[in-house]
Design a protein around this ligand. Structure first.
Ligand code: CA
Length: 495
């Protein structure tokens, strides 16, 4: 009945179409106990219509902001303005009758330039939403959020401030089936690498592999709860030549081989210290922070544009140094979830500091040199993405990426969102063609919520100390996660 109401509303406005969900169709006919909570107000004329398709901002609860009518073109009775103090917010109570993912668009104006608003659903931070400059009211692209049947609260917080909100649009979103091709981009991938990919593909959407960055943290976890994560995350950082020449050493490759032999899976990122141009000054620009954009003068765009330059040769030197380590793993029969150039889009690492084109060129150089020159056929290539409008511009391409990862850090502890909205944004951006993994997290997603909301992350990987600070992932929570049947641990992996 509710869906009929919604459809009628939507048909009248002509804005959107409700898509039936092919996997989990809304089926009110199977409820063995119909109407367990009879509506206290059965009169259809006075029952407030949830009308989930358009919610006017001026109907919400306003804190520190005001209703205005100055800018022409608004919908309804006005818009809200005055987000300039940290506590300013707009809260909208929204009743929906179907639990599921919804596409939310925000109608806004940002006359003073690009802004960001903070979006919360039912008290949980969803994301900072980019508001491109606009003097007219325009709608953002749809952001997927999970809403439960019944009352929900959406809150818009100040973020960068200085934007105006007219209304929100909500549409029930479909959640497409999760099935990807069991194939690797490298046609020469080894049998063990293919077998690992086959296992990831088979588990996808049915279970999640647990993961933990740093061996010492994984050991701590085992000491606490008697379980080891399925995936151990490691870093090639201290093999970077500009660190080695300053005295760093690493045994990450050896530890990875031991982990694999004990029955686990290994993942590597690479905090690639810039090959040259290290500023090396105290206060955040020390040589050992040379992966950060602000800690070196290394210019990736200039290097990639000049393949005969010294800087380009240094990049090749560094890739060859890491290849030596990956060769150890290859020769020991260890496949690697290999995630170079992570978080490029953020720009805080030098490989992302000069835009997408230079970064993609460097990724292609890495791919070519590691697979073709060094014959590293033990790599499953993982690209770290966001779900912003720009993400696709940074994507190195379907021919060189096996898995899409994303790194998520909440504004503070206490959030165990399933991140289903983010998950399906990524499924949508990449056309459902690639596995989607949570390659770095602070709080581990709530597993029951992940199941309910079908947030099908292939794996999660908790970053370093977030596992043991007692706030992001308290001990009782870890017990629940690591003993859950949906969560795969090392002892449950196939031999
Ligand atoms: Ca309005």
């Amino acid at each position: 009945m509710v869906l009929v109401i919604s459809c009628l509303v939507l048909a009248c406005t002509g804005i959107v179409q409700l898509e039936p969900d092919p996997i989990n169709p809304v089926d009110p006919g199977v409820n063995p106990n119909p109407n367990p909570n009879p509506d206290p107000d059965p009169d259809p004329d006075t029952d407030p219509d949830p009308d989930p398709d358009r919610i006017e901002a001026e109907d919400g609860t306003l804190t520190g902001i005001a209703i205005k009518q100055d800018r022409a073109g608004f919908s309804g009775q006005g818009y809200v303005d005055g987000f300039d103090a940290n506590q300013d917010s707009l809260e909208l109570a929204i009743e929906v009758r179907t639990s599921g993912l919804y596409l939310l668009s925000i109608a806004y104006a940002a006359p003073l330039g690009k802004k960001v608003c903070d979006l919360y659903a039912n008290g949980k931070f969803v994301q900072g939403v980019s508001l491109e400059p606009s003097e007219r009211f325009v709608e953002t692209a749809g952001i997927r959020i999970f809403l439960k049947a019944g009352p929900n609260v959406i809150r818009i917080g100040k973020g960068w401030g200085w934007f105006e909100i007219d209304y929100l649009v909500l549409v029930l979103a479909s959640t497409p089936p999760l099935s990807v091709e069991n194939a690797l981009v490298n046609p020469a991938a080894s049998d063990k690498t293919k077998a690992l990919m086959a296992y990831l593909v088979k588990s996808y959407g049915k279970q999640i592999l647990s993961g933990q960055q740093d061996l010492s943290q994984a050991d701590w976890l085992f000491a606490q709860i008697g379980k080891r994560p399925a995936v151990l995350g490691l870093d090639m950082m201290d093999y970077s030549p500009s660190r080695v020449e300053r005295g760093t050493t690493s045994d990450a490759a050896e530890r990875a081989i031991e982990w694999w032999k004990a029955g686990g899976i290994v993942a590597f990122c690479w905090h690639w210290n810039a090959p040259t141009g290290l500023i090396d000054q105290p206060g955040g620009r020390e040589w050992y922070k040379g992966f950060n954009t602000n800690a070196s003068t290394f210019d990736i765009a200039r290097a990639m544009a000049n393949p005969l330059s010294e800087d380009y040769k240094l990049l090749e030197r560094d890739i060859d140094a890491i290849a030596e380590q990956l060769i150890k793993l290859r020769d020991a029969g260890v496949p690697v979830l290999w995630r170079p150039l992570h978080e490029a889009e953020g720009g805080w690492f030098w490989w992302g500091a000069k835009g997408a084109e230079a970064c993609k060129k460097l990724y292609r150089l890495l791919y070519d040199r590691l697979t073709r020159v060094h014959k590293l056929n033990n790599l499953i290539w993982v690209w770290t993405s966001t779900d912003t409008r720009n993400a696709v511009a940074w994507y190195p391409g379907d021919q060189v990426v096996d898995v899409i990862g994303t790194d998520v850090y909440a504004p503070g502890p206490g959030s165990h969102d399933s991140l289903a909205g983010l998950f399906y944004n990524l499924v949508s951006i990449y056309g459902g063609r690639k596995l989607i993994a949570l390659t770095e997290n602070d709080a581990i997603p709530d597993i029951e919520a992940a199941i309910e909301q079908r947030a099908g992350w292939a794996w999660f990987c908790t970053w370093g100390g977030f596992i043991r600070d007692g706030q992001y992932n308290p001990a009782a929570f870890l017990e629940t996660v690591y003993n859950h049947t949906y969560v795969l641990t090392m002892d449950e992996l196939p031999p």
